[in-house]
Design a protein around this ligand. Structure first.
Ligand code: CUA
Length: 379
């Protein structure tokens, strides 16, 4: 690691680092100025107004409106400058740019697991290209951790059951230390690693050299179609069926059966997989079983990245391969089947809906598919 020109300061190795430091020095400067001012004035007054004779009675002090106003207004503007500056920097850091390359991060006692959209996995090591915006989508398998990369001036908690993000654009090749910055148990201090920033061509070589791993999208697709059986209700390619369509879902507004709408983001998709009854899409029955306890955080991220790839307009770019994987086109039989299945069951009585789904099951049987086996019973 390269030493910064100021001792104790980490290297400035991202586009944001200089601006974070500017705010930091401003805060230190203001604090140092007022600390000095207070000590000087206290010392001066202690000498100037010291008791000179044993029985001296001080003159009464009258209030000064002007003085009070001045020392209220000046600190007000100083603190507002910190607030506005800090907030604008904060919002810039929590809103990843649209064209960022995505990396998934899972924290675990006591290691950091990274996965690139092209499939490469790393533990306590992250390789990124220089001059490219990188977005980290992060969660944890157990307790709270916090991914801290001092040289990039980014630090964000990783919270169970949630996705947090942070992003950076590295400006300096080399190795940069990464830490867990939230006490997370016995080996917290060992939960460290390195970010290796490479020239783009070296990075491409590195990716190509580690290419024989399944991408998150492909892994998610496999889980969707086979392991978890999502396809039996949402269609082989997410086109919908007894469950709502997932095509172009991400970022869209979803109408719910209680009349509200929700924006389909990572958190919503995650909730719908783990707690399917929390939000029911308008026109559909609450028949989806929960997948809580049957799916790991990594699989969830893979599933979400597959669902994202079904929304090509909003999907962020991956490092090499397009996010959308080619999928086999459905057979004419299943297409005919789909045209029936696709109708949402709005405005049908429960009995009619049941009768309807009965015919569908027969149809899917006729098409040689396994009928869906929802674990939850329809209400
Ligand atoms: Cu993980 Cu501390």
């Amino acid at each position: 690691m390269i030493q910064s020109w100021i001792p104790f300061m980490p290297e400035q190795a991202s586009t944001n680092a200089g601006r974070v430091d500017a705010l930091y020095f401003y805060l230190v400067g203001v604090t140092a100025f007022f600390t000095a001012l207070i000590y000087i004035v206290v010392t001066f007054f202690a000498i100037r107004y010291r008791r000179r004779t044993p029985h001296e009675i001080p003159r009464p002090v009258a209030g000064s409106m002007r003085l009070e106003t001045v020392w209220s207004i000046i600190p007000f503007f100083i603190s507002m400058s910190m607030f506005v500056w800090g907030t604008s920097l904060f919002f810039e850091q929590v809103k990843p740019p649209k064209n960022a390359m995505e990396v998934y991060v899972v924290g675990k006692q006591w290691m950091w697991k990274f996965q690139h959209t092209t499939g490469q996995r790393e533990i306590n090591e992250l390789h990124v290209p220089i001059g490219r915006k990188v977005k980290l989508t992060m969660t944890t398998e157990d307790t709270i951790h916090d991914l801290f990369i001092p040289d990039f001036r980014i630090k964000m908690d990783v919270v169970p059951g949630r996705y947090s993000t942070e992003w950076f654009e590295a400006t300096m090749p080399g190795r940069h230390h990464l830490f867990c910055a939230e006490y997370c148990g016995m080996n917290h201090s060992g939960m460290i690693g390195w970010v290796t920033v490479m020239e783009p061509t070296d990075f491409d070589d590195w990716l190509a050299g580690n290419a024989n791993q399944q991408s998150p999208v492909a892994a998610g697709q496999q889980a969707f179609q086979q392991k978890l059986g999502c396809a039996s209700c949402h269609g082989d390619n997410g086109q919908g069926g007894r469950g709502p369509s997932l095509i172009n879902l991400v970022g869209s507004k979803v109408p719910l059966d209680n009349g509200q709408t929700v924006v389909a983001d990572d958190a919503y998709i995650r909730e719908s997989i783990l707690f399917p009854r929390a939000k029911i899409v308008a026109g559909y029955q609450p028949i989806m079983p929960t997948f809580q306890g049957q799916i790991t955080e990594e699989e969830l991220l893979q599933l979400i990245s597959y669902i994202k790839s079904l929304s090509p307009k909003t999907a962020s770019t991956s490092a090499l391969a397009p996010a959308h994987q080619p999928t086999p086109s459905p057979s004419p039989l299943s297409q005919a089947n789909q045209s029936q299945v696709n109708k949402p069951q709005a405005n049908t009585s429960p009995a009619a809906a049941n009768a309807n789904s009965g015919t569908k099951q027969q149809n899917s049987n006729a098409a040689g598919k396994k009928p869906p086996q929802p674990r939850g019973s329809p209400k």
